[in-house]
Design a protein around this ligand. Structure first.
Ligand code: HEC
Length: 118
């Protein structure tokens, strides 16, 4: 038999409700976080898609084609090259023009994206 008073029962019920609300909030927060990670990944991928014509999908150049592979290149290396193209420090036929169209943040983002590809 439940020997608790009505007030005690109401208190434990309120505690259970707060706990449920907390769990719900925690669940929503982690879902939002997962979604923003996915949004970020898609954004980076869209940026990388602008390089696909000449460097292959996700930077994976096709064997035997005259494409330069970017997938798996260290982000530092890629970013250094991109910045060198932009300043004209590294001579190029096209990359000096392309890199001028992107912000520093976008070049960092795309360099990281390609580094994460296998
Ligand atoms: C129209 C074709 C074309 C597009 C589009 C293009 N690239 Fe290039 N990329 C080249 C060529 C050609 C080179 C060799 C350098 C040169 O002559 O410009 C090169 C070289 C590079 C290199 C140096 C690779 C190495 O081994 O040192 C990097 C890094 C690079 N590109 C990144 C990118 C990124 C990032 C994008 C997208 C934002 C991009 N490229 C878009 C044609 C392209």
């Amino acid at each position: 038999m439940d020997t608790r008073t009505g007030a005690e029962r109401r208190t434990s019920c309120a505690t259970a409700r707060s706990l449920a609300a907390l769990l719900l909030l925690a669940g929503l927060a982690s879902a939002a976080q997962a979604q923003s990670g996915e949004t970020q990944r898609l954004r980076s991928r869209a940026l990388a898609a602008t390089c696909a014509t000449c460097h292959g999908t996700d930077g994976r150049a096709v064997e035997g084609e005259a494409l330069i592979r970017l997938a798996g290149m260290p982000a530092d290396y890629t970013l250094t090259q991109l910045l060198a193209f932009r300043t004209g420090q590294r001579p190029a036929t096209i990359m000096h023009q392309i890199t001028k169209g992107y912000s520093q943040e976008q070049l960092e983002e795309v360099a990281k994206y390609f580094a994460a590809q296998k």
